[in-house]
Design a protein around this ligand. Structure first.
Ligand code: G3P
Ligand code: MG
Length: 235
């Protein structure tokens, strides 16, 4: 079972920051997950929420701010004053950090409905960097996954289940040639794992943060867990 550092080592450092990704890599994580939004002027940035309220402790939707305006955001202090120097990284910067060291799961938070053309921008970056082998694009926005697949047949895709019914998900995952079904620890069960494996998909589960829960996932035959604590032991 693979451990994917969820938003970096986000149990020890502020999520989706350079500090969190560096720490995950130092702790030996072989895969990381991050969330992507897009600024008003088209920069892909790594942050979970669509605004600054929770992690930046100020108002502002990412889609309405320019990259320059975002540069002053402090997304570390909410976690601990010792991370007050942490800003919002660009996707490019996190890929630079991880290249040659870890697989990167790029979660597109919203597709073209909020960010017209974001799928093309993400795929273009992956192609330009020749990162097809070590990146996986995932989304709860299945329309966005369809757009990505239409652009490129080789991009690795993770299908985040959300509220979609399983029969629909299985059909869409087949159409999309999705590599994995990504679902929550509350949703997963042995039947789903068996069905996914029979259909040739991996099962990745979020967010698994205790050793007990990680052991339960290993027993279920899950292929990977998104985890805030890279020190957990995975069998
Ligand atoms: O990709 C797994 C997980 O990150 C999905 O949920 O809200 O943590 O982005 P969330
Ligand atoms: Mg995520």
């Amino acid at each position: 079972m693979r451990l994917i550092a969820h938003r970096g080592a986000s149990g020890h450092a502020p999520e989706n920051t350079e500090a969190a990704f560096n720490l995950a890599l130092e702790m030996g994580a072989k895969a990381v997950e991050l969330d992507v939004h897009r600024t008003k002027d088209g920069e892909l940035v790594v942050i979970h929420d669509e605004d600054l309220k929770r992690t930046g402790r100020r108002k502002g939707a990412i889609a309405k701010l320019t990259f320059k305006e975002l540069l002053t955001a402090d997304v570390g202090s909410w976690f601990s004053p010792k991370f007050k120097d942490q800003g919002i990284p660009t996707l490019e910067e996190v890929l630079d950090l991880c290249e040659g060291r870890a697989e990167v799961h790029v979660e597109i938070k919203q597709g073209s409905r909020l960010y017209p053309g974001i799928e093309e921008t993400v795929v273009a970056m992956i192609r330009r960097r020749e990162a097809l082998r070590w990146t996986v694009v995932s989304s709860f926005d299945h329309g966005a996954l369809y757009v990505v697949r239409a652009i490129d047949n080789k991009v690795r895709l993770g299908y985040l289940l959300g509220w979609t019914r399983l029969p629909v998900a299985y059909e869409e995952m087949r159409d999309l040639k999705a590599e994995s079904l990504n679902l929550s620890a509350r949703q997963v069960n042995a039947r789903i794992v068996k069905e996914c494996h029979a259909r040739g998909h991996k099962v990745l589960v979020y967010t698994v943060n205790t050793q007990k829960e990680a052991d339960r996932m290993a027993k279920l035959g899950v292929d990977g867990i998104f985890c805030n604590f890279p020190e957990l032991k995975v069998a």
